[in-house]
Design a protein around this ligand. Sequence first.
Ligand SMILES: [Zn+2]
Length: 114
Amino acid sequence: MPASEAPLEFETNGRGAILRCPCCLESYVHVDDVYMSGRPREDGDYVHVHVDNHGRVTQGDEVRPPLAPEAGRRHSVGLAGTCESCGDRFAIVFKQHKGQTEVYTLAQEWSPIN
Ligand SMILES: [Zn+2]
């Protein structure tokens, strides 16, 4: 899964920040899926949970979450979405590692769940 070194980018509209697509930088994006890759203990096995935009929850080996290129020592949270402008699917991943939160943007290469 390719990762981008680019940080998240936003534009403003007077009401707050608007997320830009990590792929094309346009602002018409939808964040639809949440992935939690929990680790009950440091460096342990992941427990993956997916919540889609209908509120459906899936847990277990069938969940294919976005993960940073290298595993951190603890859990990872991913937000996945689509862009109206370029049509790409992307993920924003927050990875806990040694007391810090690393942020990655990834191009989605996994299949939709359900
Ligand atoms: Zn885009």
